[in-house]
Design a binder for this molecule. Structure first.
Ligand code: PGA
Length: 252
């Protein structure tokens, strides 16, 4: 089953107007200038979405947000609705990143609700899952991932509107990564859990990204694994050369 790789950048709470637009332009130039048989996605902070959209014009790089509310509109101070993201030109949103699960107490139930609302508005979602270091040490990695798949992925998920990102929390921003064998084992288990929930055909087509300290030097090893269909990149997405370097190495 050929799944086109997705190389996604999560800028998190980084960049102001000047450096954010410069970064987006640099990525756009490199993508335009090369031949990449993969999809690209950039998820800047809300404040930069409109500006980055302009920088990506004429490229095939998709624009995504880092979170979304489940309501269409109304009394939700500080929140952003799926339609607002659509209106700005987003085609994706991340949902359930561990930094939101931890910092904002987001539950599987809430994440699932957000995914349903995003899909209803025509947005694709990248639903993030992954275990803590403690859970890994206790041998619970696969169980945690299965529970998060069951609880966070809605029944309306298709291979088109949903991407899964497996991000071991202890590997995010730490420079540590699981071994390639461990990554493959977890991704295969995630695909199995997706098959149980959504059917085998959907699971076989759905992209499962790996995230957590992906950089140009480890991209080839991680992204050539049979069940790894791309990467969700934090720190290394803040440098155009590194972000594009990951794509180049992932496609080797
Ligand atoms: P990192 O972040 O690449 O900086 O580890 C990944 C993520 O949190 O999406």
């Amino acid at each position: 089953m050929a799944r086109k790789k997705l190389i996604a950048g999560n800028w998190k709470m980084n960049c102001l107007l000047e450096d954010g637009t410069a970064l987006a332009k640099a990525v756009a130039t490199q993508v335009k200038g090369g031949k990449f048989d993969c999809d690209f996605l950039i998820c800047p902070p809300f404040t930069l979405l409109g500006f980055v959209k302009k920088c990506l014009r004429g490229t095939k790089i998709a624009l995504g947000a880092q979170d979304v509310h489940f309501a269409e509109k109304g009394a939700h101070t500080g929140d952003i609705s799926p339609l607002m993201l659509k209106d700005l030109g987003c085609s994706y949103t991340l949902i359930g990143h561990s930094e939101r699960r931890v910092d904002h107490f987001e539950t599987n139930e809430l994440i699932c609700k957000k995914a349903v609302a995003a899909h209803a508005a025509g947005l694709n979602t990248v639903i993030c899952i992954g275990e803590t270091g403690e859970e890994r040490d206790a041998g619970k990695t696969i169980k945690v991932c299965q529970e998060e798949i069951n609880g966070s992925v809605p029944d309306d998920a298709t291979a088109k509107n949903t991407v899964i990102a497996y991000e071991p929390i202890w590997a995010i921003g730490t420079g540590k990564t699981p071994t390639a064998a461990d990554v493959q084992e977890v991704h295969a288990a995630i695909r199995k859990a997706l098959a149980k929930k959504l059917g085998k055909a959907t699971a076989n087509k759905m992209r499962i990204l790996y995230g957590g300290s992906v950089k140009p030097s480890n991209a080839e090893e991680l992204l050539k694994l049979p069940d790894v269909d791309g990467a969700l990149i934090g720190g290394a997405s803040l440098k155009a050369d590194d972000f594009i370097g990951i794509a180049k190495n992932a496609l080797k």
